[in-house]
Design a protein around this ligand. Structure first.
Ligand code: ZN
Length: 609
Protein backbone atom coordinates (compact mmCIF):
# COMPACT_ATOMS: atom_id res chain seq x y z
CA UNK A 1 0.00 0.00 0.00
CA UNK A 2 1.15 3.47 -0.85
CA UNK A 3 -0.11 5.28 2.23
CA UNK A 4 0.92 4.61 5.83
CA UNK A 5 -1.65 4.06 8.58
CA UNK A 6 -0.56 7.29 10.33
CA UNK A 7 -1.42 9.32 7.26
CA UNK A 8 -4.77 7.56 6.77
CA UNK A 9 -5.60 8.19 10.44
CA UNK A 10 -4.81 11.88 9.96
CA UNK A 11 -7.24 12.07 7.02
CA UNK A 12 -9.92 10.21 9.01
CA UNK A 13 -9.39 12.56 11.98
CA UNK A 14 -9.80 15.67 9.88
CA UNK A 15 -12.83 14.38 7.97
CA UNK A 16 -16.26 15.35 9.29
CA UNK A 17 -17.89 11.97 8.72
CA UNK A 18 -21.34 13.21 9.75
CA UNK A 19 -21.17 15.95 7.12
CA UNK A 20 -19.80 13.52 4.52
CA UNK A 21 -22.54 10.93 5.10
CA UNK A 22 -25.07 13.74 5.53
CA UNK A 23 -24.63 14.64 1.85
CA UNK A 24 -26.47 11.43 0.99
CA UNK A 25 -28.43 10.46 4.10
CA UNK A 26 -30.71 12.60 6.24
CA UNK A 27 -29.37 12.27 9.78
CA UNK A 28 -31.03 13.12 13.10
CA UNK A 29 -29.11 13.60 16.34
CA UNK A 30 -29.80 11.38 19.35
CA UNK A 31 -27.27 12.14 22.08
CA UNK A 32 -23.77 11.92 20.64
CA UNK A 33 -24.78 9.76 17.74
CA UNK A 34 -26.49 10.63 14.47
CA UNK A 35 -29.12 8.28 13.08
CA UNK A 36 -30.69 7.90 9.66
CA UNK A 37 -32.33 5.41 7.31
CA UNK A 38 -29.71 3.06 5.90
CA UNK A 39 -28.77 3.81 2.28
CA UNK A 40 -27.73 0.18 1.71
CA UNK A 41 -31.04 -1.52 2.44
CA UNK A 42 -34.66 -0.40 2.31
CA UNK A 43 -36.00 0.63 5.70
CA UNK A 44 -38.55 3.00 7.19
CA UNK A 45 -37.20 3.50 10.73
CA UNK A 46 -33.55 4.50 11.20
CA UNK A 47 -31.11 1.78 12.18
CA UNK A 48 -28.07 3.41 10.59
CA UNK A 49 -25.78 5.37 12.91
CA UNK A 50 -22.86 7.72 12.29
CA UNK A 51 -20.39 8.74 14.97
CA UNK A 52 -17.87 11.49 14.49
CA UNK A 53 -16.15 10.54 17.73
CA UNK A 54 -15.26 7.02 16.59
CA UNK A 55 -15.25 8.09 12.91
CA UNK A 56 -17.41 5.12 11.97
CA UNK A 57 -20.80 4.42 10.48
CA UNK A 58 -22.75 1.23 11.05
CA UNK A 59 -26.13 -0.23 10.09
CA UNK A 60 -27.79 -2.54 12.60
CA UNK A 61 -30.17 -3.77 9.92
CA UNK A 62 -27.87 -5.02 7.17
CA UNK A 63 -24.53 -4.86 8.96
CA UNK A 64 -22.79 -2.47 6.55
CA UNK A 65 -20.30 -0.25 8.26
CA UNK A 66 -16.88 1.33 8.06
CA UNK A 67 -14.91 4.56 7.95
CA UNK A 68 -14.88 7.55 5.61
CA UNK A 69 -12.81 5.70 2.96
CA UNK A 70 -15.14 2.74 3.04
CA UNK A 71 -18.09 5.12 2.70
CA UNK A 72 -16.71 6.59 -0.52
CA UNK A 73 -15.84 3.20 -2.00
CA UNK A 74 -19.33 1.91 -1.17
CA UNK A 75 -21.40 4.91 -2.24
CA UNK A 76 -19.36 6.48 -5.02
CA UNK A 77 -17.69 3.39 -6.39
CA UNK A 78 -14.21 4.85 -5.90
CA UNK A 79 -11.21 2.57 -5.47
CA UNK A 80 -9.44 2.84 -2.13
CA UNK A 81 -6.59 5.04 -3.44
CA UNK A 82 -9.14 7.25 -5.20
CA UNK A 83 -11.08 7.63 -1.93
CA UNK A 84 -7.86 8.55 -0.10
CA UNK A 85 -6.93 11.10 -2.76
CA UNK A 86 -10.39 12.64 -2.73
CA UNK A 87 -10.62 13.02 1.06
CA UNK A 88 -7.00 14.17 1.38
CA UNK A 89 -7.73 16.95 -1.09
CA UNK A 90 -10.94 17.89 0.76
CA UNK A 91 -9.36 18.14 4.20
CA UNK A 92 -6.07 19.59 3.00
CA UNK A 93 -3.72 16.71 3.78
CA UNK A 94 -0.82 16.59 1.39
CA UNK A 95 -0.11 13.09 0.15
CA UNK A 96 3.56 12.13 0.20
CA UNK A 97 5.67 12.18 -2.90
CA UNK A 98 7.15 8.81 -3.66
CA UNK A 99 10.64 7.92 -4.74
CA UNK A 100 12.23 10.05 -7.49
CA UNK A 101 11.61 7.22 -9.97
CA UNK A 102 7.92 7.09 -9.01
CA UNK A 103 7.79 10.83 -9.32
CA UNK A 104 9.38 10.74 -12.76
CA UNK A 105 7.02 7.99 -13.92
CA UNK A 106 4.07 10.02 -12.67
CA UNK A 107 5.30 13.13 -14.48
CA UNK A 108 5.75 11.10 -17.63
CA UNK A 109 2.21 9.74 -17.29
CA UNK A 110 0.91 13.22 -16.72
CA UNK A 111 2.40 14.41 -19.97
CA UNK A 112 0.98 11.34 -21.76
CA UNK A 113 -2.52 12.23 -20.53
CA UNK A 114 -2.00 15.62 -22.14
CA UNK A 115 -0.88 14.00 -25.40
CA UNK A 116 -3.91 11.71 -25.55
CA UNK A 117 -6.20 14.64 -24.73
CA UNK A 118 -4.65 16.65 -27.58
CA UNK A 119 -5.31 13.73 -29.91
CA UNK A 120 -8.93 13.45 -28.71
CA UNK A 121 -9.48 17.14 -29.43
CA UNK A 122 -7.92 16.75 -32.87
CA UNK A 123 -10.17 13.79 -33.78
CA UNK A 124 -13.24 15.60 -32.43
CA UNK A 125 -12.54 18.61 -34.63
CA UNK A 126 -11.87 16.40 -37.69
CA UNK A 127 -15.33 14.84 -37.38
CA UNK A 128 -16.87 18.18 -38.28
CA UNK A 129 -14.38 18.97 -41.08
CA UNK A 130 -15.21 18.06 -44.69
CA UNK A 131 -13.00 14.95 -44.32
CA UNK A 132 -15.31 13.67 -41.57
CA UNK A 133 -18.36 13.53 -43.81
CA UNK A 134 -18.42 9.76 -44.14
CA UNK A 135 -18.11 9.33 -40.37
CA UNK A 136 -20.90 11.84 -39.78
CA UNK A 137 -23.11 9.99 -42.23
CA UNK A 138 -22.41 6.69 -40.51
CA UNK A 139 -23.49 8.25 -37.18
CA UNK A 140 -26.59 9.70 -38.79
CA UNK A 141 -27.44 6.26 -40.14
CA UNK A 142 -27.21 4.91 -36.61
CA UNK A 143 -29.56 7.62 -35.36
CA UNK A 144 -26.90 9.73 -33.63
CA UNK A 145 -26.87 13.51 -34.04
CA UNK A 146 -24.02 15.91 -33.33
CA UNK A 147 -25.19 16.34 -29.72
CA UNK A 148 -24.63 12.61 -29.16
CA UNK A 149 -21.25 12.81 -30.89
CA UNK A 150 -20.25 15.69 -28.62
CA UNK A 151 -21.54 13.99 -25.48
CA UNK A 152 -19.29 10.98 -26.09
CA UNK A 153 -16.52 13.06 -27.68
CA UNK A 154 -16.65 10.96 -30.85
CA UNK A 155 -14.14 11.85 -33.53
CA UNK A 156 -12.68 11.00 -36.88
CA UNK A 157 -9.13 9.96 -37.74
CA UNK A 158 -8.32 11.15 -41.28
CA UNK A 159 -6.90 8.72 -43.81
CA UNK A 160 -3.28 8.68 -44.90
CA UNK A 161 -0.70 11.48 -44.62
CA UNK A 162 -0.11 11.05 -40.85
CA UNK A 163 -2.34 13.98 -39.97
CA UNK A 164 -2.23 13.32 -36.22
CA UNK A 165 1.56 13.04 -36.07
CA UNK A 166 1.87 16.38 -37.93
CA UNK A 167 -0.65 17.98 -35.61
CA UNK A 168 1.02 16.74 -32.40
CA UNK A 169 4.54 17.51 -33.62
CA UNK A 170 3.45 21.06 -34.35
CA UNK A 171 2.37 21.24 -30.68
CA UNK A 172 5.89 20.23 -29.56
CA UNK A 173 4.93 16.67 -28.60
CA UNK A 174 7.95 14.37 -28.97
CA UNK A 175 7.86 11.32 -31.24
CA UNK A 176 8.61 9.13 -28.19
CA UNK A 177 5.51 10.42 -26.42
CA UNK A 178 3.32 9.94 -29.48
CA UNK A 179 4.44 6.32 -29.66
CA UNK A 180 4.23 5.82 -25.87
CA UNK A 181 0.63 7.06 -25.97
CA UNK A 182 -0.16 4.39 -28.56
CA UNK A 183 -1.05 6.94 -31.23
CA UNK A 184 1.57 6.01 -33.82
CA UNK A 185 3.44 2.95 -35.02
CA UNK A 186 7.21 3.36 -34.70
CA UNK A 187 9.38 3.52 -37.80
CA UNK A 188 10.47 0.03 -38.90
CA UNK A 189 11.51 -1.91 -41.97
CA UNK A 190 12.44 1.27 -43.77
CA UNK A 191 9.01 2.79 -43.18
CA UNK A 192 8.69 6.07 -41.33
CA UNK A 193 6.65 6.43 -38.16
CA UNK A 194 2.95 6.54 -39.04
CA UNK A 195 -0.48 7.21 -37.52
CA UNK A 196 -1.96 4.20 -35.74
CA UNK A 197 -5.54 5.15 -36.61
CA UNK A 198 -6.72 6.31 -40.01
CA UNK A 199 -10.11 6.61 -41.68
CA UNK A 200 -11.94 5.43 -38.59
CA UNK A 201 -14.70 6.66 -36.32
CA UNK A 202 -13.02 7.33 -32.97
CA UNK A 203 -14.43 6.45 -29.55
CA UNK A 204 -12.34 8.01 -26.77
CA UNK A 205 -11.92 5.71 -23.76
CA UNK A 206 -11.71 7.39 -20.34
CA UNK A 207 -10.23 6.12 -17.08
CA UNK A 208 -11.99 6.16 -13.69
CA UNK A 209 -11.42 9.90 -13.48
CA UNK A 210 -12.72 10.69 -16.98
CA UNK A 211 -9.26 11.33 -18.38
CA UNK A 212 -8.97 10.07 -21.96
CA UNK A 213 -6.39 7.26 -21.99
CA UNK A 214 -7.04 5.40 -25.24
CA UNK A 215 -9.29 5.06 -28.28
CA UNK A 216 -11.55 2.48 -29.80
CA UNK A 217 -11.88 2.93 -33.54
CA UNK A 218 -14.42 1.64 -36.05
CA UNK A 219 -13.51 1.23 -39.69
CA UNK A 220 -15.63 3.18 -42.14
CA UNK A 221 -14.86 1.05 -45.18
CA UNK A 222 -17.36 -1.78 -45.26
CA UNK A 223 -14.77 -4.49 -45.95
CA UNK A 224 -12.02 -3.22 -43.60
CA UNK A 225 -10.66 -5.85 -41.23
CA UNK A 226 -10.75 -5.75 -38.32
CA UNK A 227 -13.88 -3.67 -37.96
CA UNK A 228 -12.80 -2.37 -34.54
CA UNK A 229 -9.31 -1.72 -33.26
CA UNK A 230 -8.17 -0.24 -29.95
CA UNK A 231 -5.09 1.50 -28.65
CA UNK A 232 -2.57 -1.15 -27.58
CA UNK A 233 -1.44 -1.50 -23.97
CA UNK A 234 0.26 1.69 -22.74
CA UNK A 235 1.26 2.96 -19.31
CA UNK A 236 -2.15 4.66 -19.18
CA UNK A 237 -4.30 1.96 -20.69
CA UNK A 238 -4.87 -1.68 -19.89
CA UNK A 239 -7.79 -3.06 -21.86
CA UNK A 240 -8.44 -5.91 -19.43
CA UNK A 241 -8.91 -3.74 -16.36
CA UNK A 242 -10.85 -0.77 -17.68
CA UNK A 243 -14.36 -0.40 -19.11
CA UNK A 244 -15.82 1.88 -21.78
CA UNK A 245 -17.85 4.76 -20.27
CA UNK A 246 -17.07 3.64 -16.71
CA UNK A 247 -16.55 7.08 -15.15
CA UNK A 248 -19.85 8.39 -16.55
CA UNK A 249 -21.77 5.22 -15.71
CA UNK A 250 -20.48 4.87 -12.16
CA UNK A 251 -22.59 7.55 -10.47
CA UNK A 252 -25.69 6.55 -12.45
CA UNK A 253 -25.09 2.90 -11.60
CA UNK A 254 -24.92 3.54 -7.88
CA UNK A 255 -28.18 5.46 -8.13
CA UNK A 256 -29.82 2.74 -10.27
CA UNK A 257 -28.52 -0.02 -8.02
CA UNK A 258 -27.14 -1.90 -11.00
CA UNK A 259 -24.84 -1.50 -13.96
CA UNK A 260 -25.40 -2.74 -17.51
CA UNK A 261 -22.59 -4.39 -19.43
CA UNK A 262 -23.23 -4.20 -23.18
CA UNK A 263 -21.12 -5.80 -25.87
CA UNK A 264 -20.03 -2.73 -27.83
CA UNK A 265 -19.42 1.02 -27.75
CA UNK A 266 -22.41 1.83 -29.97
CA UNK A 267 -24.63 -0.20 -27.62
CA UNK A 268 -23.45 1.85 -24.65
CA UNK A 269 -24.16 5.09 -26.52
CA UNK A 270 -27.62 3.90 -27.65
CA UNK A 271 -28.45 2.83 -24.08
CA UNK A 272 -27.28 6.14 -22.63
CA UNK A 273 -29.24 8.11 -25.23
CA UNK A 274 -32.36 6.13 -24.27
CA UNK A 275 -31.89 7.03 -20.61
CA UNK A 276 -29.86 4.01 -19.45
CA UNK A 277 -26.81 6.04 -18.46
CA UNK A 278 -25.47 3.22 -16.28
CA UNK A 279 -24.04 1.21 -19.18
CA UNK A 280 -20.46 0.17 -19.89
CA UNK A 281 -18.71 -2.23 -22.28
CA UNK A 282 -15.50 -4.26 -22.21
CA UNK A 283 -12.74 -2.97 -24.45
CA UNK A 284 -12.60 -5.32 -27.39
CA UNK A 285 -12.16 -8.49 -25.34
CA UNK A 286 -14.42 -10.80 -23.38
CA UNK A 287 -15.01 -9.69 -19.79
CA UNK A 288 -12.03 -10.23 -17.48
CA UNK A 289 -11.78 -10.89 -13.73
CA UNK A 290 -10.45 -7.37 -13.14
CA UNK A 291 -13.45 -5.92 -14.92
CA UNK A 292 -15.78 -8.12 -12.89
CA UNK A 293 -14.33 -6.72 -9.65
CA UNK A 294 -14.57 -3.19 -11.01
CA UNK A 295 -18.27 -3.83 -11.76
CA UNK A 296 -18.90 -5.30 -8.31
CA UNK A 297 -17.40 -2.22 -6.67
CA UNK A 298 -20.21 -0.30 -8.33
CA UNK A 299 -23.20 -2.64 -8.08
CA UNK A 300 -23.74 -6.07 -6.51
CA UNK A 301 -25.52 -7.63 -9.49
CA UNK A 302 -24.35 -6.22 -12.83
CA UNK A 303 -26.61 -7.08 -15.76
CA UNK A 304 -24.81 -8.51 -18.79
CA UNK A 305 -26.75 -7.84 -21.98
CA UNK A 306 -26.04 -10.18 -24.88
CA UNK A 307 -27.38 -10.64 -28.38
CA UNK A 308 -29.69 -13.64 -28.43
CA UNK A 309 -27.60 -15.56 -30.97
CA UNK A 310 -25.27 -18.49 -30.49
CA UNK A 311 -22.29 -16.16 -29.96
CA UNK A 312 -24.20 -14.29 -27.26
CA UNK A 313 -25.07 -17.51 -25.46
CA UNK A 314 -21.48 -18.64 -25.62
CA UNK A 315 -20.24 -15.31 -24.24
CA UNK A 316 -22.79 -15.50 -21.40
CA UNK A 317 -21.70 -19.02 -20.56
CA UNK A 318 -18.09 -17.86 -20.48
CA UNK A 319 -18.87 -14.88 -18.22
CA UNK A 320 -20.88 -17.11 -15.87
CA UNK A 321 -17.99 -19.52 -15.46
CA UNK A 322 -15.52 -16.65 -15.04
CA UNK A 323 -17.58 -15.35 -12.11
CA UNK A 324 -18.00 -18.67 -10.25
CA UNK A 325 -14.71 -18.66 -8.27
CA UNK A 326 -15.30 -15.03 -7.27
CA UNK A 327 -18.91 -15.24 -6.08
CA UNK A 328 -19.44 -14.01 -2.54
CA UNK A 329 -22.43 -13.27 -0.37
CA UNK A 330 -24.62 -10.69 -2.10
CA UNK A 331 -22.55 -10.49 -5.29
CA UNK A 332 -23.62 -12.13 -8.52
CA UNK A 333 -24.48 -11.48 -12.15
CA UNK A 334 -27.69 -11.29 -14.13
CA UNK A 335 -28.21 -11.89 -17.84
CA UNK A 336 -30.34 -10.43 -20.59
CA UNK A 337 -30.66 -12.04 -24.01
CA UNK A 338 -32.12 -9.81 -26.67
CA UNK A 339 -34.21 -11.35 -29.46
CA UNK A 340 -32.25 -12.97 -32.25
CA UNK A 341 -30.56 -10.48 -34.53
CA UNK A 342 -30.96 -7.55 -32.13
CA UNK A 343 -28.35 -5.64 -30.16
CA UNK A 344 -29.33 -2.97 -27.59
CA UNK A 345 -28.98 -0.32 -30.28
CA UNK A 346 -31.41 -1.95 -32.73
CA UNK A 347 -33.65 -3.32 -29.98
CA UNK A 348 -34.27 0.17 -28.58
CA UNK A 349 -34.77 1.57 -32.08
CA UNK A 350 -37.40 -1.10 -32.86
CA UNK A 351 -39.12 -1.49 -29.51
CA UNK A 352 -38.52 1.66 -27.49
CA UNK A 353 -36.87 2.34 -24.15
CA UNK A 354 -39.79 0.86 -22.21
CA UNK A 355 -39.29 -2.57 -23.73
CA UNK A 356 -35.60 -2.37 -22.82
CA UNK A 357 -36.54 -1.60 -19.20
CA UNK A 358 -38.68 -4.71 -19.16
CA UNK A 359 -35.79 -6.78 -20.51
CA UNK A 360 -33.46 -5.45 -17.82
CA UNK A 361 -35.95 -5.88 -15.01
CA UNK A 362 -36.57 -9.50 -15.94
CA UNK A 363 -32.89 -10.39 -16.30
CA UNK A 364 -32.02 -14.01 -15.48
CA UNK A 365 -30.13 -14.65 -12.24
CA UNK A 366 -26.79 -16.45 -12.65
CA UNK A 367 -28.08 -19.56 -10.87
CA UNK A 368 -30.91 -19.93 -13.40
CA UNK A 369 -28.66 -19.30 -16.36
CA UNK A 370 -26.36 -22.13 -15.21
CA UNK A 371 -29.25 -24.53 -14.69
CA UNK A 372 -30.63 -23.72 -18.10
CA UNK A 373 -27.37 -24.08 -19.96
CA UNK A 374 -26.94 -27.51 -18.38
CA UNK A 375 -30.46 -28.74 -19.11
CA UNK A 376 -32.19 -26.92 -21.91
CA UNK A 377 -32.42 -28.58 -25.26
CA UNK A 378 -30.73 -31.69 -23.84
CA UNK A 379 -32.25 -35.11 -23.86
CA UNK A 380 -32.05 -36.20 -20.24
CA UNK A 381 -34.26 -39.24 -20.57
CA UNK A 382 -31.82 -41.90 -19.44
CA UNK A 383 -30.39 -42.54 -15.95
CA UNK A 384 -26.85 -42.19 -17.31
CA UNK A 385 -27.55 -38.76 -18.78
CA UNK A 386 -29.18 -37.57 -15.58
CA UNK A 387 -26.19 -38.77 -13.61
CA UNK A 388 -24.06 -36.83 -16.10
CA UNK A 389 -26.12 -33.72 -15.39
CA UNK A 390 -25.60 -34.14 -11.64
CA UNK A 391 -21.88 -34.51 -12.29
CA UNK A 392 -21.81 -31.27 -14.31
CA UNK A 393 -23.76 -29.42 -11.64
CA UNK A 394 -21.34 -30.65 -9.01
CA UNK A 395 -18.43 -29.35 -11.07
CA UNK A 396 -20.09 -25.93 -11.18
CA UNK A 397 -20.56 -25.90 -7.41
CA UNK A 398 -16.96 -27.06 -6.90
CA UNK A 399 -15.71 -24.00 -8.76
CA UNK A 400 -17.41 -21.66 -6.26
CA UNK A 401 -14.79 -20.90 -3.60
CA UNK A 402 -17.06 -19.12 -1.12
CA UNK A 403 -18.33 -22.00 1.01
CA UNK A 404 -21.57 -20.32 1.99
CA UNK A 405 -22.50 -19.45 -1.61
CA UNK A 406 -21.41 -22.90 -2.79
CA UNK A 407 -23.65 -24.46 -0.18
CA UNK A 408 -26.69 -22.53 -1.39
CA UNK A 409 -25.97 -23.45 -5.01
CA UNK A 410 -25.58 -27.13 -4.05
CA UNK A 411 -28.91 -27.09 -2.25
CA UNK A 412 -30.59 -25.17 -5.07
CA UNK A 413 -29.37 -27.61 -7.72
CA UNK A 414 -30.27 -30.62 -5.55
CA UNK A 415 -33.77 -29.25 -5.23
CA UNK A 416 -34.08 -28.73 -8.99
CA UNK A 417 -32.82 -32.21 -9.78
CA UNK A 418 -35.22 -33.61 -7.22
CA UNK A 419 -38.17 -31.67 -8.61
CA UNK A 420 -37.41 -32.53 -12.20
CA UNK A 421 -36.35 -36.14 -12.02
CA UNK A 422 -36.80 -37.73 -8.63
CA UNK A 423 -40.14 -36.50 -7.38
CA UNK A 424 -43.21 -38.33 -8.66
CA UNK A 425 -45.31 -35.71 -10.37
CA UNK A 426 -48.82 -35.50 -8.88
CA UNK A 427 -51.52 -36.86 -11.16
CA UNK A 428 -53.46 -33.84 -12.41
CA UNK A 429 -56.88 -34.51 -11.00
CA UNK A 430 -56.57 -38.13 -11.94
CA UNK A 431 -57.20 -37.17 -15.53
CA UNK A 432 -54.01 -38.72 -16.82
CA UNK A 433 -53.88 -41.91 -14.91
CA UNK A 434 -50.59 -42.87 -13.30
CA UNK A 435 -48.17 -40.09 -12.50
CA UNK A 436 -45.05 -39.85 -14.61
CA UNK A 437 -41.85 -37.92 -14.41
CA UNK A 438 -42.04 -34.53 -16.00
CA UNK A 439 -38.97 -32.67 -17.14
CA UNK A 440 -39.28 -28.99 -16.40
CA UNK A 441 -36.03 -27.28 -17.19
CA UNK A 442 -37.47 -23.87 -16.52
CA UNK A 443 -37.92 -24.81 -12.86
CA UNK A 444 -36.94 -22.16 -10.35
CA UNK A 445 -34.78 -22.39 -7.32
CA UNK A 446 -36.83 -22.72 -4.20
CA UNK A 447 -36.25 -21.18 -0.81
CA UNK A 448 -32.99 -19.32 -0.74
CA UNK A 449 -33.01 -18.86 -4.47
CA UNK A 450 -36.37 -17.16 -4.65
CA UNK A 451 -35.65 -14.25 -6.97
CA UNK A 452 -36.61 -10.89 -5.59
CA UNK A 453 -39.81 -9.41 -6.98
CA UNK A 454 -39.07 -7.39 -10.07
CA UNK A 455 -41.38 -4.49 -10.69
CA UNK A 456 -42.31 -4.32 -14.33
CA UNK A 457 -41.64 -8.00 -14.94
CA UNK A 458 -44.14 -9.71 -17.21
CA UNK A 459 -45.53 -11.51 -14.17
CA UNK A 460 -46.11 -8.26 -12.37
CA UNK A 461 -47.48 -6.52 -15.44
CA UNK A 462 -49.86 -9.31 -16.29
CA UNK A 463 -52.09 -8.57 -13.31
CA UNK A 464 -53.23 -5.41 -14.97
CA UNK A 465 -52.50 -4.14 -18.43
CA UNK A 466 -52.99 -0.61 -17.24
CA UNK A 467 -50.67 -0.49 -14.26
CA UNK A 468 -47.27 -0.26 -15.85
CA UNK A 469 -44.28 0.04 -13.57
CA UNK A 470 -42.73 2.19 -16.25
CA UNK A 471 -45.48 4.76 -16.11
CA UNK A 472 -45.07 4.95 -12.35
CA UNK A 473 -41.34 5.34 -12.66
CA UNK A 474 -41.91 8.17 -15.10
CA UNK A 475 -39.24 6.74 -17.39
CA UNK A 476 -41.28 6.62 -20.52
CA UNK A 477 -44.16 8.36 -22.20
CA UNK A 478 -47.56 6.68 -22.51
CA UNK A 479 -46.81 5.35 -25.99
CA UNK A 480 -43.51 3.82 -24.91
CA UNK A 481 -45.14 2.46 -21.78
CA UNK A 482 -47.88 0.92 -23.88
CA UNK A 483 -45.20 -0.67 -26.04
CA UNK A 484 -43.43 -1.90 -22.95
CA UNK A 485 -46.58 -3.50 -21.63
CA UNK A 486 -47.18 -5.14 -24.99
CA UNK A 487 -43.59 -6.38 -25.15
CA UNK A 488 -43.96 -7.80 -21.64
CA UNK A 489 -47.26 -9.45 -22.59
CA UNK A 490 -45.69 -10.98 -25.68
CA UNK A 491 -42.78 -12.28 -23.62
CA UNK A 492 -45.26 -13.80 -21.20
CA UNK A 493 -47.07 -15.44 -24.10
CA UNK A 494 -43.79 -16.81 -25.43
CA UNK A 495 -42.93 -18.23 -22.03
CA UNK A 496 -46.30 -19.93 -21.77
CA UNK A 497 -45.81 -21.47 -25.21
CA UNK A 498 -42.31 -22.72 -24.44
CA UNK A 499 -43.37 -24.09 -21.07
CA UNK A 500 -46.66 -25.62 -22.27
CA UNK A 501 -46.45 -25.97 -26.07
CA UNK A 502 -49.64 -28.09 -26.04
CA UNK A 503 -51.48 -24.76 -25.85
CA UNK A 504 -50.66 -24.20 -29.53
CA UNK A 505 -52.71 -27.29 -30.33
CA UNK A 506 -55.72 -26.35 -28.22
CA UNK A 507 -55.67 -22.66 -29.19
CA UNK A 508 -54.27 -22.85 -32.72
CA UNK A 509 -56.99 -20.64 -34.13
CA UNK A 510 -56.66 -17.67 -31.78
CA UNK A 511 -52.88 -18.01 -31.87
CA UNK A 512 -52.79 -17.91 -35.66
CA UNK A 513 -54.68 -14.63 -35.98
CA UNK A 514 -52.88 -12.81 -33.20
CA UNK A 515 -51.09 -9.58 -34.17
CA UNK A 516 -47.51 -10.00 -32.87
CA UNK A 517 -44.68 -7.45 -32.88
CA UNK A 518 -41.83 -9.52 -31.49
CA UNK A 519 -40.20 -11.35 -34.43
CA UNK A 520 -38.90 -14.11 -32.13
CA UNK A 521 -42.37 -14.78 -30.80
CA UNK A 522 -43.66 -14.77 -34.35
CA UNK A 523 -41.13 -17.45 -35.29
CA UNK A 524 -42.00 -19.47 -32.23
CA UNK A 525 -45.68 -19.33 -33.14
CA UNK A 526 -45.02 -20.21 -36.75
CA UNK A 527 -42.94 -23.23 -35.80
CA UNK A 528 -45.43 -24.48 -33.20
CA UNK A 529 -48.38 -24.12 -35.54
CA UNK A 530 -46.45 -26.03 -38.21
CA UNK A 531 -45.74 -28.81 -35.74
CA UNK A 532 -49.38 -28.89 -34.70
CA UNK A 533 -50.51 -29.02 -38.33
CA UNK A 534 -48.16 -31.92 -39.02
CA UNK A 535 -49.88 -33.93 -36.31
CA UNK A 536 -47.09 -33.81 -33.71
CA UNK A 537 -48.13 -34.27 -30.11
CA UNK A 538 -46.48 -30.99 -28.97
CA UNK A 539 -45.19 -32.64 -25.85
CA UNK A 540 -42.63 -30.32 -24.25
CA UNK A 541 -39.51 -32.48 -24.42
CA UNK A 542 -40.19 -33.34 -28.05
CA UNK A 543 -40.78 -29.71 -28.97
CA UNK A 544 -37.56 -28.68 -27.25
CA UNK A 545 -35.60 -31.33 -29.09
CA UNK A 546 -37.17 -30.19 -32.37
CA UNK A 547 -36.19 -26.57 -31.80
CA UNK A 548 -32.67 -27.53 -30.86
CA UNK A 549 -32.32 -29.73 -33.96
CA UNK A 550 -33.50 -26.88 -36.16
CA UNK A 551 -30.92 -24.51 -34.66
CA UNK A 552 -33.55 -22.45 -32.85
CA UNK A 553 -32.49 -23.19 -29.28
CA UNK A 554 -32.11 -19.49 -28.66
CA UNK A 555 -35.90 -19.13 -28.87
CA UNK A 556 -36.14 -21.49 -25.91
CA UNK A 557 -33.65 -19.37 -23.98
CA UNK A 558 -35.33 -16.15 -25.02
CA UNK A 559 -38.66 -17.36 -23.68
CA UNK A 560 -37.46 -19.53 -20.86
CA UNK A 561 -39.87 -19.32 -17.96
CA UNK A 562 -41.33 -21.54 -15.34
CA UNK A 563 -44.53 -23.54 -15.05
CA UNK A 564 -47.64 -21.58 -14.15
CA UNK A 565 -50.63 -23.01 -12.35
CA UNK A 566 -53.11 -22.75 -15.19
CA UNK A 567 -51.34 -22.22 -18.52
CA UNK A 568 -54.46 -22.29 -20.66
CA UNK A 569 -56.24 -19.60 -18.65
CA UNK A 570 -53.05 -17.51 -18.53
CA UNK A 571 -52.72 -17.91 -22.28
CA UNK A 572 -56.28 -16.78 -22.93
CA UNK A 573 -55.83 -13.82 -20.62
CA UNK A 574 -52.62 -12.81 -22.39
CA UNK A 575 -54.29 -13.14 -25.80
CA UNK A 576 -57.24 -10.95 -24.87
CA UNK A 577 -54.91 -8.38 -23.26
CA UNK A 578 -52.83 -8.29 -26.44
CA UNK A 579 -55.96 -7.87 -28.56
CA UNK A 580 -57.02 -5.01 -26.35
CA UNK A 581 -53.60 -3.38 -26.67
CA UNK A 582 -53.78 -3.76 -30.42
CA UNK A 583 -57.06 -1.87 -30.38
CA UNK A 584 -59.50 -4.78 -30.57
CA UNK A 585 -61.51 -4.10 -27.42
CA UNK A 586 -62.91 -7.33 -26.17
CA UNK A 587 -66.50 -7.42 -25.02
CA UNK A 588 -65.87 -7.03 -21.32
CA UNK A 589 -68.88 -9.08 -20.30
CA UNK A 590 -68.07 -11.92 -22.64
CA UNK A 591 -64.52 -11.94 -21.32
CA UNK A 592 -65.68 -12.01 -17.72
CA UNK A 593 -68.05 -14.88 -18.47
CA UNK A 594 -65.32 -16.73 -20.26
CA UNK A 595 -62.94 -16.30 -17.36
CA UNK A 596 -65.60 -17.47 -14.94
CA UNK A 597 -66.34 -20.47 -17.06
CA UNK A 598 -62.65 -21.29 -17.14
CA UNK A 599 -62.25 -21.01 -13.38
CA UNK A 600 -65.34 -23.19 -12.89
CA UNK A 601 -63.92 -25.98 -14.97
CA UNK A 602 -62.61 -28.62 -12.62
CA UNK A 603 -59.38 -29.41 -14.44
CA UNK A 604 -57.90 -27.33 -17.12
CA UNK A 605 -54.32 -27.56 -15.94
CA UNK A 606 -51.45 -28.65 -18.15
CA UNK A 607 -52.28 -32.31 -17.82
CA UNK A 608 -55.67 -31.84 -19.35
CA UNK A 609 -54.90 -29.87 -22.45
ZN1 ZN B 1 -28.53 -1.26 6.26
Amino acid sequence: MRYGEGLLEEIRRRTDLVALVGRRVKLVRKGRVMWGCCPFHAEKSPSFKVENERRLYKCFGCGKGGDAFKWLTETEGLSFPEAVEKLAAEVGVELPKWSPEDEEREQKKKSLYDVVELAAKFYEAQLFEPAGREAREYLKGRGLDSAAAKQFRLGYSPSGNNALISHLTAQNVTQDDIIAAGLARPAEDGRAMRDFFYNRLMFPIGDGRSRIVAFGARALEADAKPKYINTGETSLFSKGSQLYNFANARAAAIKAGTIIVAEGYMDVIALARAGFTHAVAPLGTAMTEDQLHLLWRTAPEPILAFDGDAAGLKAAHRAAHLALPHLKAGYSLRFVFLPDGEDPDSFIAHNGAGAMSVQLETALPLSQLLWRTETEGRDLSTPERRAGLEHNLKEIVDRITDSKVADYYRRGFDQLVFENFKKRAPAPGGARGPARQVFRPGGKFRGDFKPRPLPGSPEAVSSSVQSSALVRAGQAGPRQANEAVRAAKETELGRLLVESPEIALAEAESLAVLDLQDPSLDRLRHELLNLAASGSSLEKAGVQAHFTRKGMAELLVRFAGHPVEDPLASFQRAVSDLRELAGHPTDARRLLERRKALSDRPNDGRGNI
